[in-house]
Design a protein around this ligand. Structure first.
Ligand code: AMP
Length: 392
C-alpha cells in the first residue's frame, strides 16, 4: 500500500481525509484535541514537500443537515494554532464556489472544507458527491483512522475517482502497531478487555483468545462471565443470552492454554451516583438489588500481578464506571499497572484512552489509538473497508 511518502507532492493539491470528530463543550471549545494533533505529522510532511493542502473531515452526526454547532471552524482555529500558520475555512465542502476557490490555492496553503456530513451523500457513500471531492485532488490521502471502518463517500466512493491515492502517517502507524501485536507479539501477550457489554466485544475476545497468552476481563462485561461461573450478580450488567457463550469461551481458552483472569471482588452500589453508598464485596457475595460498578482492590492486585511479566499488552474498555468517582479506582489502577510495564502497550481508542489521558499517563504508553471502533475491528481480525478499497 502506498503512503504519502511515495508521491511527488511538489505543487500538488493534496486532499487529506482526517478524522476531526473531536468533543466540543457548550461554548464550542474543543475538550480534547488529540485527533487534531495526530494529523500534524502528515500535514507537516506535505507542507515540507511543497504541497497545497485541502482537508476534509466530519464532525458529529448532523445527518445531512447544516448544524451550525457542528461546524469544523473551531477545529480549523485549533489546527492553525498548532501549525503556526493560517488555515482557511470554507463554508461548504462541495459546490461551484468551493471548486473555484481551490483553483486559486498556492503551495504552502492549508484549507479546511466544512463538515462532510452536512451532506447526506457522505454517509450514503454516493458517487457524484465523491467525484466532486475527488476533483479537488492531485493526490488523495486517507489519514482518518477513526472513520476507517466506515464506507463513506470521502473514504470509499472517492477511490473510484482519484488516481493517486495512499494513506497518511497516522493510519500507517495505527495499522503497523495493530499488525505487530496481532501477528508478531513479543510474549507473554496479555489482552485486557473491559467496558459495558460482552456483545460489543465478543468478536475481539474470540479473535484475541486465539493469539494471547493471558486474557484479563473486567468492566460490566465481566458479570456475564461471572454468571457463567455460577455466581449471582445482583443487578449488575448481565447479558443472559450470552452466558452460555461465555461458558464455552472460558472452556475454549482453557483448552488452548490461555489463562483467563476475572474479578474476585467488586465495588457495589444500588445506584450509579457520586453520592451512592458503596461496599466492596467478594464476587460470590453480591446482594440482590446491588450492582457491581468497578473491580475491587484485590482484583486490581490480581490483574497487576497477571500483567507483571507481559511483553505486549492490548487494552480496550474500562474496568468500571470510571466516569463516576467512586467507581473509577479500578480503571485508574489498571492505567498505572500498564503504564509501569516495560512492554509494548497499545491502548484501544474510545473510553480507555480518556482514562489514560486523565491520569496523565499518555506518555507512558507505547501507542494510544485514535479510533475506538476502527481498532475494535482490527482486534476482531477484520480488515478495514476503506483500507481494503484503497489497496484495490
Ligand atoms: P465500552 O464503550 O464498551 O468500552 O464501555 C464503556 C462504558 O462501560 C463506560 O462508559 C463505563 O461506564 C461502562 N462500564 C464499565 N464497567 C461497568 C459496570 N460494571 N457497570 C456498568 N457500566 C460499566
Amino acid at each position: 500500500m502506498r503512503t504519502i511518502r511515495d508521491f511527488d507532492l511538489d505543487k500538488k493539491r493534496v486532499l487529506c481525509r482526517f478524522d476531526y470528530n473531536v468533543p466540543l463543550d457548550e461554548n464550542l471549545d474543543i475538550v480534547d484535541d488529540r485527533r487534531i494533533r495526530a494529523s500534524i505529522p502528515t500535514i507537516s510532511y506535505a507542507l515540507d514537500h511543497g504541497a497545497i493542502i485541502i482537508i476534509i473531515s466530519h464532525l458529529g452526526r448532523p445527518k445531512g443537515a447544516v448544524v451550525p454547532r457542528l461546524s469544523l471552524a473551531p477545529v480549523a482555529n485549533r489546527l492553525s494554532e498548532l501549525l503556526g500558520r493560517e488555515v482557511t475555512m470554507l463554508p461548504d465542502c462541495v459546490g461551484e464556489d468551493v471548486g473555484l476557490f481551490i483553483e486559486t490555492l498556492k503551495p504552502g496553503s492549508v484549507t479546511m472544507l466544512e463538515n462532510l456530513r452536512f451532506h447526506r451523500e457522505e454517509t450514503n457513500n454516493e458517487d457524484d458527491f465523491a467525484r466532486e471531492l475527488a476533483g479537488y485532488a492531485d493526490v488523495y490521502i486517507n489519514d482518518a483512522f477513526g472513520n476507517a471502518h466506515r464506507s463513506h463517500a470521502s473514504n470509499v466512493a472517492i477511490l473510484r475517482h482519484v488516481k493517486e491515492r495512499g494513506i497518511g502517517l497516522l493510519v500507517e502507524k495505527e495499522l503497523n502497531y495493530f499488525e505487530t501485536v496481532l501477528k508478531n507479539p513479543a510474549r507473554p501477550f496479555v489482552a485486557v478487555v473491559g467496558g459495558a457489554k460482552v456483545s460489543d466485544k465478543l468478536g475481539a475476545i474470540e479473535n484475541l483468545v486465539g493469539r494471547v497468552d493471558k486474557m484479563i476481563i473486567g468492566g460490566g462485561m465481566a458479570f456475564t462471565f461471572l454468571k457463567a461461573m455460577g455466581h449471582e450478580v445482583g443487578n449488575s450488567l448481565l447479558e443472559e443470552d450470552l452466558v452460555e457463550l461465555a461458558r464455552r469461551g472460558i472452556a475454549s481458552a482453557r483448552e488452548r492454554g490461555v489463562k483467563m483472569y476475572f474479578p474476585v471482588d467488586c465495588v457495589i452500589a444500588q445506584a450509579i451516583d457520586h453520592a451512592a453508598v458503596t461496599k466492596i464485596v467478594p464476587v460470590q457475595e453480591i446482594p440482590k438489588g446491588w450492582m457491581g460498578l468497578d473491580i475491587g482492590p484485590a482484583t486490581s492486585l490480581l490483574f497487576k500481578s497477571a500483567l507483571s511479566d507481559a511483553k505486549t499488552v492490548v487494552w480496550n474498555g474500562p474496568m468500571g464506571v470510571f466516569e463516576v468517582d467512586p467507581f473509577s479506582r479500578g480503571t485508574y489502577a489498571m492505567v498505572n499497572a500498564i503504564a509501569d510495564l516495560h512492554a509494548l502497550t497499545i491502548i484501544g481508542g474510545g473510553d480507555t484512552d480518556v482514562a489514560v489521558h486523565h491520569a496523565g499517563k499518555t506518555e507512558s504508553m507505547t501507542f494510544i489509538s485514535t479510533g475506538g471502533g476502527a481498532s475494535l475491528w482490527l482486534l476482531e481480525g477484520k480488515r478495514l473497508p476503506s483500507i481494503v478499497a484503497l489497496e484495490d
